[in-house]
Design a binder for this molecule. Sequence first.
Ligand SMILES: [Zn+2]
Length: 76
Amino acid sequence: MGLKIPCPNCGPRDHTEFWFGGELRPIEAPDAREDFRRVYLRDNAPGPQRERWYHLYGCRRWLTISRDTTTNRIGD
Ligand SMILES: [Zn+2]
C-alpha cells in the first residue's frame, strides 16, 4: 500500500501525485553560516519530521505535513 498524502484541497491522494519539497526549514537565517546550513544541509533524522509537499498533479499547491520517516505514518 502506497503512501497517501492528505491534501487539504483534494483529500487523501497517492504520493505519486506530489513532488517532495524536503524538510520544513526556517525561511531566514541570522548569518551566512546558518544560511548555508539552512539551504544545503539536512538533518535526515529518523522519526517524525515536518515536510513540504507540492501537489503537482492536483491543486498545484504546497502543503506541510508531519511524517514519521521510519514508518511513513502521517500525523498532524
Ligand atoms: Zn491538492
